[in-house]
Design a protein around this ligand. Structure first.
Ligand SMILES: [Zn+2]
Length: 210
C-alpha cells in the first residue's frame, strides 16, 4: 500500500479492439486526441490526417496511435510518478467531462464522449483567456466532428450544475479550482488555478442554455 511499481513491459493485443462497438472505439479515440493536443502537436496532426483510417480500424493506424499514446503517457508518468503537476495534464477536458458524466448520470454518456465535450469547453476557455489562437479552436472542432464525437454538453446541463459538480473535482486546492488549459502553440498546456474567473463563467454560459 502506498507504493508505486511501474510495469517492465506493456503488451497490447490490438485485435481486442475488434470486439468493441464503434461507439466505444470512438470514445477511446477522444483520449488519444486529447493526448496529442496537450503535448504532441506532431501526433495531433497525424491524427487529423489519419482519422478515417482509425475509424475504419485500419490495423497499422490503430497500432501507431496506441504506441504513440503509450509513449506519451509513459513519458509523463516517468516525469511525475505520483500525479501532481504534469501528470494532471493528461486530465485535460476531464473536469468539464466528469461534470457531464455525473450530471447526466453515469452510463448515458460514455467517458470519452464526455471528455470530447470537456475538451471543447477547455479549449474555448483557453481561447477566451487569449492563451491560444483560433486556429487551434477550429482544428479541435474539426477533428472531433470527424470522429463523430459530441462537442456540446446535453441540454439538461446548466451553468449551476457545472459549477457545483466541478467544485467537487479532486483538483480543487484551497478552494481554488485548478484546470488544465492550453497555452501557446499546439501541444502546450498548463495546470493552474491562476486564470480569470470570468473566462470560466463565459465558457459555461456559452455552452449551457440556462
Ligand atoms: Zn479519461
Amino acid at each position: 500500500m502506498g507504493t508505486f511499481y511501474q510495469p517492465q513491459c506493456v503488451l497490447i493485443d490490438t485485435d481486442t479492439l475488434n470486439t468493441l462497438p464503434d461507439r466505444e472505439l470512438v470514445s477511446g479515440i477522444a483520449e488519444v486526441i486529447k493526448c496529442g493536443l496537450v503535448r504532441d502537436a506532431e501526433f495531433f496532426e497525424w491524427l487529423e490526417n489519419n482519422m478515417y483510417a482509425l475509424l475504419a480500424r485500419d490495423p497499422s493506424a490503430l497500432a501507431y496511435a496506441i504506441k504513440r499514446s503509450c509513449e506519451n503517457k509513459a513519458e509523463v508518468v516517468a516525469l511525475d510518478e505520483r500525479e501532481k503537476g504534469i501528470r494532471a495534464t493528461l486530465n485535460f477536458g476531464h473536469t468539464f467531462g466528469h461534470a457531464i458524466e455525473t450530471g447526466v448520470g453515469h452510463g448515458l454518456w460514455l467517458h470519452g464522449e464526455a471528455v470530447a465535450t470537456g475538451t471543447v469547453m477547455a479549449v474555448d476557455m483557453s481561447y477566451r483567456l487569449c492563451w491560444i489562437d483560433d486556429s487551434i479552436v477550429k482544428r479541435v472542432h474539426m477533428i472531433l466532428q470527424k470522429a463523430k464525437l459530441p462537442i456540446a454538453p446535453p441540454e439538461t446541463m446548466t451553468v449551476d450544475m457545472f459549477k457545483s459538480l466541478m467544485a467537487m473535482d479532486k483538483k480543487v486546492a484551497d478552494g481554488v479550482l485548478r484546470l488544465v488549459l492550453l497555452k501557446g502553440p499546439l501541444g502546450n498546456c498548463v495546470f493552474t488555478g491562476d486564470y480569470d474567473r470570468k473566462a470560466l463563467d463565459d465558457t459555461l454560459h456559452a455552452f449551457c442554455k440556462s
